[in-house]
Design a protein around this ligand. Structure first.
Ligand code: PEP
Length: 248
């Protein structure tokens, strides 16, 4: 199987100011980051260009947190994948649980956005994961498969997709999944993916997300199907660098 490059994403959510985002980016600029780790930071939309202008690290790229499935037109308040591409923003996060729950985004809309973003030349961090209720009902894999199937139905080339498995109960709660549990579900996700897209599934990165910190990141070190992290809260703090270096 092909080696998968370790990937660490930082989702700032709707946080930050010119000053604080500049501080985060400068902190990354001055850190000696491993050259073999792909790092992607996702500031809020108004700060995308600001972050991009300040970033001097060749291994750090910028991501939007959302975009729509149309290029342009009468969609007040939406973000076009084509505009992101035009601005030199290479990545977008799609299907984050906050988009799914607060903004009622369906599996189908997320799949459509994913297809449109890829067709527009963006790379996609596709988030999936079950809620606490679904976990309690033993539906973790079923939910992940359903969320993935919507995308495999419309996208056949997964080269530019990174999957982030983010159990909703672990996001922002301080209760991360154990490395063992993450490995198990990641393996199941990859197995499912292989039934749909074949051996391509071996090269798709599957990140874990949900209360990852500078402290617990190392616990996942020897988990072969955990190809990196999507980090929320800790990506705003200096410990983000420790997470990036957690495989050293
Ligand atoms: C996220 O929002 O993608 C996330 C994983 O958040 P946190 O790390 O704060 O749990």
């Amino acid at each position: 199987p092909q080696a998968r490059q370790f990937f660490v994403g930082g989702n700032f959510k709707m946080n930050g100011s010119k000053e604080s985002i500049q501080t985060i980016v400068k902190n990354l600029n001055s850190a000696s980051l491993p050259s073999n780790v792909e790092v992607v930071i996702a500031p809020p939309a108004p700060y995308l260009f600001w972050a991009s202008e300040h970033n001097k690290q060749s291994t750090v790229e910028i991501s939007a947190q959302n975009c729509f499935d149309k290029a342009s037109g009468a969609y007040t308040g939406e973000i076009s994948a084509v505009s992101l591409k035009d601005l030199g923003i290479p990545w977008v996060i799609l299907g984050h649980s906050e988009r799914r729950t607060i903004f009622k985004e369906t599996d189908e809309l997320i799949a459509s956005k994913t297809k449109f973003a890829l067709d527009s030349g963006l790379k996609v961090i596709l988030c999936i994961g079950e809620t606490l209720e679904e976990k309690k009902a033993g539906k973790t894999l079923e939910v992940c498969k359903r969320q993935l199937k919507a995308v495999t139905d419309v996208v056949s080339d997964w080269t530019n997709i990174v999957i982030a498995y983010e159990p909703v109960w672990a996001i922002g709660t301080g209760l991360a999944a154990t490395a063992e549990d993450a490995q198990e579900i990641h393996k199941d996700i990859r197995e499912y993916l292989s039934t749909v897209i074949g051996s391509q599934s071996e090269s798709v990165r599957i990140l874990y997300g949900g209360s990852v910190s500078g402290k617990n990141a190392k616990d996942f070190k020897d988990k072969t199907d955990v190809d990196g992290f999507l980090v929320g809260g800790a990506s705003l703090k200096p410990e983000f660098v420790d997470i990036i270096k957690s495989r050293e």
